[in-house]
Design a protein around this ligand. Structure first.
Ligand code: CA2
Length: 145
C-alpha cells in the first residue's frame, strides 16, 4: 500500500521563521515523521513531495491515479485559493486527508476557507508536525475498512 504526502508552498522553509506558529523543526523533520509514521502504520511506501507551484501539485495528484492508495495533503496557502487542487483531488478520487500544522481555525479570516477540504474525508489542524503522523493513521484506518 502506497501513501503520497503532498506539501504546498513555503513548507520547505519550515524551522527558518515563525517558530511560534509552525514550530522549530525543519522540512527534513517533517519528511522523517512521515516516513516513520508510514512504516509504523504498515504502508509499504510513503512518498513525500513538496512544491511551490500549483500546477506541479495538480500534476502530482494526477500522476498518483492508479498508483497511490491514499493522499495526505497540506496545500499550504493554496488551501485557501485553489479550485484546481480541489478538482484534481476530485478527479482522481483517491482517499485524502487534509493536514495543517497550525490551528487555522483560530487564525485570520482568509484561512477559514479550504477548497481542498471538500475532497478530503478528514482534516487535522493544530497538531504541529505530528499531525502528519495522525493523518497517516486515519488514512490507514480508512483504507482498511
Ligand atoms: O498550518 C498550516 O499547515 C498551513 O497550511 C501553512 C501555510 C499557511 O499558508 C496555511 O494557512 C496554513 C504556510 C506554510 C509555510 O509557511 C511558512 C512561513 C514562514 C516560515 C516557514 C514556513
Amino acid at each position: 500500500m502506497k501513501a503520497l504526502v503532498i506539501n504546498g508552498p513555503n513548507l520547505n522553509m519550515l524551522g527558518i521563521r515563525e517558530p511560534g506558529i509552525y514550530g522549530s523543526d525543519n522540512y527534513d523533520c517533517l519528511v522523517q515523521i512521515c516516513q516513520e509514521a508510514g512504516a509504523a502504520q504498515g504502508f509499504d511506501e510513503v512518498e513525500v513531495f513538496q512544491s511551490n507551484h500549483e500546477g506541479s501539485i495538480v500534476d502530482k495528484i494526477q500522476e498518483a491515479y492508479g498508483k497511490v492508495d491514499g493522499i495526505v495533503i497540506n496545500p499550504a496557502a493554496y488551501t485557501h485559493t485553489s479550485v484546481a487542487i480541489l478538482d484534481a483531488l476530485k478527479a482522481v478520487a483517491i482517499p485524502a486527508v487534509e493536514v495543517h500544522i497550525s490551528a487555522v481555525e483560530t487564525r485570520e479570516d482568509f484561512r477559514q476557507v479550504s477548497y481542498a477540504r471538500l475532497a478530503c474525508f478528514a482534516t487535522i489542524t493544530g497538531e504541529g508536525l505530528q499531525g502528519y503522523a495522525h493523518a497517516l493513521e486515519l488514512l490507514k484506518e480508512h483504507l482498511e475498512k
